[in-house]
Write a protein that binds this ligand. Structure first.
Ligand SMILES: [Zn+2]
Length: 323
């Protein structure tokens, strides 16, 4: 059954097609900025003007959607108020993307951690603990500002309880019933987000009384049932798509999610997964493209309906020709 390329090709499954991929992008204030992120080779911080040609190159690969992450261009505060400024980099990027590529599906990440002075995903109470419900109210404002700018869908990543319901009702009340909500449902407190935090400037900083990490709200990798519960709750709260993040260390969760829901399940192939493959290849310990292809096919095999990945700009190189 494996003797020839032709026989193998008869029965091999294909990687998820490019149209079912999403490229996460990092937009920063200013103009003329295109700065490579040191821990993520081939990925850049872009100002809005430079983002457009970069996205055009990605669309040429057939990639179906992008997700916009941003940095604050105003002082950070306890509540992360710069996140819902209508003219912040994310909102401006969404407007520019929809103007340049009306048919491109544009998602936005909805969180506060790149905008709060302490780097947590919700405001902190005076005693330093994250305020879940105030977080939900702020996230709803952020999501609304993104869809007002034209986003097709929002993806709340703060892992606050009730955030999906809060955002869904805010969007519905404002007349955006048809905009999509992709829930970061099973977002684990992972050690794989380091390179991303370089790109976003969003690592938690030391504040008296405040937690030094996000384990108080992100899912525990040692408690898979609690992550499943988040998925079930997000579906009940009105999510349209459920996400598992990270992806490669959580293929079992991806598979469990697929078996539990009829909603599409997205796999977020995070910065640390991308960086570790690059690091291995740079050491000469493996071939970059072979490692990438094998890891990405694992996501397809586990049942991902949408792959959110930094490999998106390289889809043609990886999968253009049959291997
Ligand atoms: Zn966050």
């Amino acid at each position: 059954m494996r003797r020839t390329e032709g026989i193998r090709a008869l029965f091999d499954i294909d990687p998820l097609p490019a149209r079912r991929w999403c490229w996460p992008t990092f937009v920063v204030p200013g103009t003329g900025v295109e700065r490579e992120i040191p821990s993520m080779p081939g990925q850049y911080n872009y100002s809005v003007d430079r983002l457009i040609p970069a996205v055009e190159r990605v669309i040429r690969q057939g990639i179906g959607s992008v997700m916009v992450f941003g940095q604050a261009d105003a002082p950070k505060d306890n509540g992360g108020s710069a996140a819902w400024c209508p003219h912040a980099p994310v909102q401006e990027a969404v407007r520019a993307l929809k103007r340049a590529f009306p048919d491109l599906t544009v998602w936005t990440d909805v969180c506060l951690c790149a905008y709060t002075a302490h780097g947590h995903c919700a405001p902190l109470r005076p005693d330093g603990t994250p305020d879940n419900d105030a977080g939900c109210m702020a996230l709803a404002k952020v999501a609304l500002s993104h869809v007002e700018a034209g986003a097709d869908g929002v993806a709340p990543s703060a892992m606050m309880d009730g955030q999906v319901r809060a955002i869904r009702s805010a969007l519905d009340e404002a007349g955006f019933e048809e905009r999509l909500l992709m829930a970061y449902s099973a977002k684990f407190a992972s050690a794989l987000y380091g390179p991303f935090r370089d790109a976003e400037g969003s690592a938690p900083v030391a504040v008296p009384g405040a937690p030094t990490d996000r384990r108080g709200y992100q899912a525990s990798y040692a408690n898979p049932d609690s992550a499943m519960l988040e998925l079930v709750q997000d579906e009940a709260e009105g999510a349209d798509i459920l996400m598992v993040k990270p992806a490669l260390f959580y293929l079992d969760m991806l598979r469990r999610a697929k078996e539990r829901t009829l909603l599409p399940v997205a796999a977020y192939n995070v910065s640390g997964e991308y960086a570790m493959i690059h690091a291995t290849a740079r050491q000469g310990w493996g071939d970059l493209d072979d490692l990438a292809r094998e890891s990405l096919l694992a996501l397809t095999r586990a049942g991902a309906d949408l792959i959110i990945s930094y490999w998106a700009p390289f889809y043609g190189r990886l999968f253009g020709k049959r291997r």
